[in-house]
Ligand binder design. Structure first.
Ligand code: GLA
Length: 732
């Protein structure tokens, strides 16, 4: 890692892991992007900018300056001065003008990484990263723009952020400030995005770039089920193992946009940041505004290389939880077991059986507070529902602790039901447009988290509950999207800030939570996986991936999620069949193998399982405990893509020292009269030997990777197999 700055040429050269990123200040003090890709030894790449090519440059063709503005690959394109592609920054000044023109002023280089006030961001020691800050100035508007670039020592990662400060004495509005723009000099790319809906989140889609803009986004107030703030641009020939891929991810949990724009000269402008739709931020004199952090990953080892880089970055430089490197307790959650229909006795009977089988943590889900018997009431009244839990929480928790199990609890702190004491006392605390009907979603409203008194009130209720018994796990849910986005507390000129202020309020409360309760394992959730994003990972080491627990549906969800997010952060449970989301029957073994690729647990009533299935639980738990370090700390290799491969899925986790590996194969539909299927493995040492635990057979890493293993045609649909490999001294 190094950041080299050539003062004479006004060029910047960042080395991160095995890649290089180059910037250049041009005549006129514009900041141009020159290169991002494989590591290069050169420090002057200004020849790539075509600054001598007529008609693209004013020094050659001064009468056509607009052509220059519309073709220069800008690092932070400004709106309104001749660049007609998507802008990264747009300011509305006190005179009502919306053009801005930031020019290069100066730079600093510092060791380590700058934090972003009030927002999640990657962190790094002075040895692990170096940060370049480029100062840009719009003299006319009296604004400063700081562009931050962090290069990581061991990873092919550049993180970026931006900050605008008002240096003048008149207020202005920021109408957009994207976190990163990356200009690529040709358009020969496929765009990969993660899309879906409730119960089918993050299905990966891949399509060639076409002319114009292709965008995914959210205007829902959360990162959303529908699109995830991640995309990749992959060379058409890039696959899991080979080829160039650029990955983009935003460390943010609210409205976002992510876009690739193929322009008139067949270049690509790739961008990610807060969605400018309905965004406007008042910037008073002396104030500053930060954009969230964007992560840019370069891989010349295909999608697999990109994913492993994201995983390593997030596992070591984003997730802070003390649980990050620990084995998470095997949990049982009562949601699919009981829904709202439970009392203390029912929970204890499930816990008794669960503890006998070796399950370590009991999680009481929705329905324990207010008078909540359905999703029609009580959100906001975080007091125990006495007719369900007589005597309160402590007797229940004590009994569960006495069984040798930990206890966890569900909250939905950002919400309020119209039928709640909280709403009756403070109707203005819901996000709303006064005078307009409020749209219900799951019979609930969203609390105005831009207001400190609202956050404080809810937080105090949470604290009372958390301190009333021995609670070691919290599931923090968020079950609806935002509508009628207005605040009773904000002045008119700041109303459009509410989208972002809401997210900042959530972050502020989560920060308080993890500071005050470091011993509590926090799992985020949002109606399944509507906030499955890197912002949340800064606070919680795991996120519930989807309300769809069917093992076969999960293959696509887990494949897509793993493109960007480490499986150590993925909430995955074994549930009953027929599955509650799709009615499918799969074997208990397969459900276990699929859920093990995540924070393993159960979401069922163990007292109602067949003897055969119940007896499998201790074995599943032992297997998970034996191998979970590979999922948590190892390298992931996807061996199939369940979006295109309807016959099987397969993946591997290999320890960092390549001495052990776990291979999982899921046969989707059995084919009649077929022989075994040959699959080549990945990530092993070619010149080492590995023993297959089940058979005792020993093969070279080369044979396993280049020739493959034969997998028997399993009997029946939705069957699976796990194979554990350990390195042995020599061929025997
Ligand atoms: C959401 C979650 C579920 C469950 C319910 C409870 O849908 O994703 O796991 O907690 O809420 O209402």
């Amino acid at each position: 890692m190094s950041i080299r700055c050539n003062d004479a040429n006004r060029a910047f050269f960042l080395q991160a892991g095995g890649c290089s990123y180059a910037l250049q200040v041009t005549d006129g003090d514009y900041l141009a992007h020159v290169y991002f890709g494989r590591q290069l030894p050169d420090s002057d790449l200004s020849y790539l900018l075509r600054l001598d090519e007529n008609p693209f440059t004013p020094s050659v063709n001064d009468r056509d300056r607009a052509v220059y503005m519309d073709t220069l690959p800008f690092e932070c394109p400004c709106f309104g001065i001749g660049d007609y592609r998507e802008a990264a920054v747009q300011i509305l000044d006190a005179d009502g003008m919306s053009a801005c023109d930031f020019r290069y002023d100066s730079y600093t280089v510092t060791a380590g990484k700058t934090a972003i006030p009030g927002m999640p961001a990657t962190f790094a020691s002075d040895e692990d990263a170096q940060t370049l800050c480029i100062r840009m100035v719009d003299k006319h508007a009296e604004l400063e723009l700081l562009l931050y670039y962090t290069a990581f020592e061991k990873l092919n990662v550049i993180t970026r952020s931006a900050m605008v400060k008002n240096l003048g004495n008149r207020s202005c509005y920021i109408q957009r400030l994207l976190s990163a723009t990356l200009e690529l000099d040709d358009s020969n790319f496929d765009m990969i995005t993660l899309n879906g809906s409730w119960a089918r989140e993050r299905h990966a889609e891949r399509a060639p770039l076409h002319m114009g803009k292709q965008r995914i986004d959210s205007v829902r107030g959360e990162s959303s089920h529908q699109n995830n703030p991640f995309f990749a641009l992959a060379r058409p020939n890039a696959d899991e193992d080979c080829g160039e891929v650029y990955g983009f991810n935003l460390i943010y949990s609210g409205n976002f946009m992510a876009q690739a724009e193929r322009t008139q000269h067949q270049c690509v402008r790739a961008q990610i940041g807060i969605n400018p739709t309905d965004f406007r931020w008042l910037l008073e004199p002396g104030e500053s505004f930060w954009a969230p952090e964007a992560v840019l990953v370069y891989s010349c080892e295909g999608l697999g290389g990109m994913s492993r880089t994201f995983h390593d970055l997030y596992r070591t430089h984003l997730i802070r939880s003390p649980f990050r490197d620990k084995r998470r307790p095997v949990l049982i959650n009562n949601w699919e077991a009981t829904y709202f229909d439970f009392d203390a006795d029912k929970l204890i009977s499930i816990a008794e059986e669960a503890s006998r089988l070796g399950i370590e943590l009991f999680v009481m889900d929705d329905g324990w507070f207010g008078h909540r018997d359905s999703d029609n009431s009580s959100l906001g009244d975080w007091r125990v529902y006495e007719s369900k839990l007589k005597g309160g929480l402590k007797p229940l928790v004590d009994k569960i602790n006495a069984l040798g199990m930990e206890f966890g609890i569900w909250f939905e702190p950002e919400m309020v039901s119209p039928d709640s004491d909280l709403y009756r006392a403070h109707p203005d605390w819901a996000i709303q447009i006064p005078g307009r009907d409020l749209t219900l979603c799951r019979a609930q409203y969203v609390l105005d988290y831009s207001r400190k008194e609202v956050r404080d009130y809810v937080y105090n209720m949470l604290c009372d509950i958390l301190r009333s018994a021995n609670i070691t796990y919290v599931k923090w849910d968020m079950n609806r999207q935002l509508t009628e986005v207005g605040s009773a507390a904000l002045p008119a000129e700041s109303q459009r800030e509410l989208w972002h202020r809401y997210v900042l309020g959530v972050y502020e409360l989560m920060e308080r939570f993890v500071t005050d309760f470091p011993h509590i394992l926090l799992e985020n959730c949002s109606g399944g996986g509507a906030r499955y994003d890197a912002g949340m990972l800064y606070y919680s080491p795991q996120i519930w991936a989807s309300d769809d627990t069917d093992a076969i549906e999960r293959l696509k969800i887990q494949y897509g999620s793993s493109l960007c997010y480490p499986v150590s952060a993925m909430g995955a449970h074994v549930s009953v069949c027929p599955n509650h989301a799709v009615g499918r029957n799969t074997s208990f073994v397969t459900r276990g193998h699929v859920a093990m690729v995540g924070t393993f647990g159960y979401e069922l009533d163990v007292t109602k399982l067949s003897e055969e299935e119940r007896n499998m639980i201790p074995w599943q738990i032992d297997t998970y405990k034996r191998f979970c370090h590979l999922m948590r700390d190892g390298d992931q290799y996807r061996l199939a893509n369940p979006n295109s491969n309807t016959e099987y899925d397969a993946w591997m986790f290999v320890s960092k020292d390549q001495s052990e590996a776990l291979f999982t194969y899921v046969q989707i539909l059995r084919r009649p009269n077929y022989r075994s299927r040959r699959i080549t493995l990945r990530g092993l040492k070619a010149d080492a030997y590995y023993r297959v635990e089940e058979t005792g057979a020993v093969y070279s890493g080369a044979a396993l990777m280049y020739a493959g293993l034969n997998l028997e045609n399993l009997w029946g649909d939705f069957q699976s197999k796990q194979i554990y490999l350990t390195e042995v001294e020599k061929e025997c």
